[in-house]
Design a protein around this ligand. Sequence first.
Ligand code: ASP
Length: 317
Amino acid sequence: MSHVPQQAPDGGLRHLLSLDGLPASVLHDLLDRAQVLLPDAHAGTALRGRRAGRTMCTLFFETSTRTRSSFQLAATRLGMDVLNFDVGSSSTRKGESALDTLRTLEAMGVDVFVVRHADDGAVAQLAAGAAPGTHLINAGDGRASHPTQGLLDMLTLRQRKGRDFSRLTVLIAGDLKHSRVARSDLHALRALGCGEIRVCGPANLLPGEEVLRGCRVFGDFDQAIAGVDAAIMLRLQRERMDEGLVPSMEGYYRDFGLSPERLALAAPDALVMHPGPMNRGVEIDGAVADGPQSVVLAQVANGVAVRMAVMDALLAG
Ligand code: ASP
């Protein structure tokens, strides 16, 4: 857990830095809020008065497709002003520290910062230096945490499988070692009381025991996927890997790729999930990604509502 308290003494959220340590009640409240906002999340103008006059700024020190656009749309649909800070063409390149950049933007009246950074813990560190009224949302820090992805994954599961996670067996498969999504999903699944959490991947792509606490660990994908209610597939994060960890993409797909044949071993109504971006033919077959059990695009759609809910909750507190 981060060293900066993300909850105020009354339990209200001040920042969203990690799902680690957040109780089930807080997670369900955020998911309930997202579910309420969902019908209007894609409808344009209905919620434009809700947080009008407040300002959100994206501060991305690492690339993003989904997360950044999703936050932009979420803020716009709540009526907020949106600033996309372009790190690449900014004073960061002249040596300005991330905290000085944040303080400069704070002085312009930004209320909520959505921050992505390549280093574990970097967003919590920035939060520690932020002014009392400023809210930070972690949009992914290194391998550590991606809390809004964790929440949108839980919303997707809850919509299709119900609120009682104790009846579910969920598999997280692939490159868990480098995945902040896996860590946030694990934090949330544990907090929500998931019946059985399975993980599967090549031994050199699994993280340490502390991360996998309480999980059933499999090296054999066919055994891991047998009977599961959902399979969360992860991208091979080659940009975070040392050379040679995965000798061949063909070999990886053969042993750990989600093919139609493997999916047939899961429960008949099992969900196929992936945070994106997908490597088709590496961790997931294109036909499975586009198939009837795939909820990949529903995850993306839920992402907008979840991000609206998080900003709304922070600003309400
Ligand atoms: N988009 C997710 C992340 O930023 C997953 C990935 O990149 O594979 O962590």
